[in-house]
Design a protein around this ligand. Sequence first.
Ligand SMILES: Cc1cc2nc3c(=O)[nH]c(=O)nc-3n(C[C@H](O)[C@H](O)[C@H](O)COP(=O)(O)OP(=O)(O)OC[C@H]3O[C@@H](n4cnc5c(N)ncnc54)[C@H](O)[C@@H]3O)c2cc1C
Length: 502
Amino acid sequence: MGQQEHQPRRIAVIGGGIAGLAAAHRLVELDPRCSVTLMEAGPRPGGVLFTRHEDGFQVEQSADNFITTVPWGLNLCRRLGLEDQLVQTNPACRRTFVVRRGRMHLLPDGFLMMAPTRLWPLAVTGILSPLGKIRAAMEYLIPPRRDEADESMAAFVRRRLGREAFDRLVEPLVGAVYAADMEKLSVLATLPRFREMEREHGSLIRAMRRRMKNRSRAGRESGARYSMFVTIRDGLSSLVERIVSRLPADTVQVNTAATRIERLGDGWRVWTEENDECRIMNDECAATKPSVRNSSFITHHSSFDALILATPSPVTAKLLQTVDATLATRLASIDHSGTAIVSLGYESDRIGHPMNGMGVVAPAVERSPILACSFSSRKYPHRAPDGKELLRVFVGGARRPELAEMDDDRLLPLVLDELSRLLHIRGEPCFCRVAHWPATMPQYHVGHKELVAEIEAHAAALPNLQLAGNAYRGVGIPDCIHGGELAAERILETSRIATNRD
Ligand SMILES: Cc1cc2nc3c(=O)[nH]c(=O)nc-3n(C[C@H](O)[C@H](O)[C@H](O)COP(=O)(O)OP(=O)(O)OC[C@H]3O[C@@H](n4cnc5c(N)ncnc54)[C@H](O)[C@@H]3O)c2cc1C
């Protein structure tokens, strides 16, 4: 007789970011009988996802939207009943500016991340010199690379489009998203579809143009529903809260840090430190709870049939150190960069620039203190009260790591000076919040895919254990949701096989 017929399987999820939450939710969704405990070290679930509502502004402290070209974010929102809360980007502002010689220029229309879909806007842009434009257009003629070897994003783009298009267009666009050093960032781990385009079509420009034609035909036929990015009307914290509300009342334990794990037959023992204000979450609004200070710690251990580690990879490495030292070493080798987000509110009439776009990115060659600035209330107008604008400025990353952790007193003048110059702002902001995110962005360096394959092979040799989180197969919210859900499905699948065998 199988174990499941006697008692529910006890499964622990460690780490309450979106990956861990998606894993816990999927476990309960697929098998309401299993007993899930989600342990979160911090005072609220959600990890980096956190929305503040202050002075009429809706301020996302980290991520502020997610991509719709992969299905996992949208699917989860649908299953959670959040579909009618999804907000698309403002169609009047779907363009981006790029800084050149201290001034903002529009990104050529149809330039998508890495390559142009239209040649005329590239021909007339003020961002590239005539030689830079000729070299970029020659991409059509550059023979494709046919082997499977990885290369850095910088090497790939310089090879296809030339140095100037890399420095002035691709580096700021891609670098801002990944907070990464493009000389190290792996093309195969981050944007593999561009290598596929090269291989299949011989040229990125040709591939992008064909793709756009097919997409607009498919869009016309299917009546495509979403913009490339969407957000949730009440903020991304409401995604977190909705997931928590769908879990049994005693599932999520906050202020509970896993400190050690050890094998217990085919199961696991988890040692935790809980501070004395350890709370069990239910359907309350977790995100608004204040953090707990000056508390003492109590150590516990509990045993589980299966374990999902959804912690940042350096923490996962420490937890696995005594279980599989090689696996721990591989996990610890994934670098992380940090960023800070400066959210600034202004009276609209203080800003001289029309801000008729989603935001502006600054290439490394400009030596600007900022990586990018999102015109948050233009992109999603509900984020600022009438007559005001909300800007979100990104600093730090692999390019300027010191800025991610700089004191606000020193950081703010740098940011405000730069913004005043770019956007012709007069006077001081009426609202200001800085969120620091040290070592939160895993860096997918060249060879990352092989590294992850090795990590997964080692983890697969451990019984009833799965890894999830942004360190492996995508940093975006939908990728993290997908990773968490897959981890849950694999745990349930292996327990079903074990139960059938019993
Ligand atoms: C500034 C910023 C902007 C971003 N913008 C976007 C965006 O616009 N769109 C997008 O799609 N993505 C964006 N991302 C990326 C995306 O938000 C993250 O990759 C994703 O949310 C990470 O989820 P996670 O669950 O893997 O990790 P995390 O959110 O880091 O969660 C890990 C959790 O583990 C907990 N933990 C750590 N140690 C322990 C322990 N010992 N025991 C128990 N718990 C522990 C932590 O407290 C944390 O809650 C952004 C990221 C950042 C930092």
